[in-house]
Design a binder for this molecule. Sequence first.
Ligand SMILES: Cc1cc2nc3c(=O)[nH]c(=O)nc-3n(C[C@H](O)[C@H](O)[C@H](O)COP(=O)(O)OP(=O)(O)OC[C@H]3O[C@@H](n4cnc5c(N)ncnc54)[C@H](O)[C@@H]3O)c2cc1C
Length: 204
Amino acid sequence: MEVKVLRSTPFPEELIAKAMRGCRSIKSAYNLVLTQDDIQRLIRVAIKMGHESVLEHASITFGVEGVSRVLTHQLVRHRLASYSQQSLRRVKVDNSTDWYVLPKTLESHKRDFSNLLYLIGQAYNGLIKKGVSVESARYILPMAVKSNIVITMNFRELRHFLKLRLSPDAEWEIREMAQLMLSEAKKIAPTVFEDLGDKNVQSI
Ligand SMILES: Cc1cc2nc3c(=O)[nH]c(=O)nc-3n(C[C@H](O)[C@H](O)[C@H](O)COP(=O)(O)OP(=O)(O)OC[C@H]3O[C@@H](n4cnc5c(N)ncnc54)[C@H](O)[C@@H]3O)c2cc1C
């Protein structure tokens, strides 16, 4: 799996801090000048007091490659994000390549799993060769089939998502993706995401 940042809000922490200070200042956010210390303090106060709407002003767009449809099905349950997923109606799966995710939990059954997926791949190709459309043939594909997806989350939603999906209760694959997203988010907005990691997760 790969998780890359496609875009993020420029100077996100300054923006969030200005939104926060603007709530308590006679000046408009546009006219505020903040030091780095002010920025960090304001973000920490916002998060501590639950004034989290200020975090919605900044976002990150991630490009995620090579994850299963099991993962993307779980991911899109997070409704306050935006998604664009590679279409299995329009894109034919190239099963001559590394086209599915082998679950870590099935490592000891690798041979059985791979044999079955080989057969599915052959059947998929066979249907298309017989004139079946790609969108119809996809019905026999497994949930393990690899997919690419673009995700945009604002920082409030990203924090919420990370708290749920870094949890040991979450499945290994989405947890792995959440770890990669957190590590990118920490580079972009270290103060906003500083309290998140293995020790701050939400159990459901
Ligand atoms: C470990 C784990 C196991 C799970 N197992 C299952 C399962 O077995 N079956 C299953 O169906 N799902 C399961 N889920 C999915 C889970 O129920 C949520 O749908 C998913 O985690 C998205 O969370 P969310 O609704 O908080 O996020 P988002 O949709 O991103 O929403 C963010 C927040 O916005 C608010 N919000 C959004 N929409 C509404 C709304 N319509 N009404 C009120 N408030 C709203 C809520 O405060 C919510 O927490 C599981 C999730 C996890 C992490």
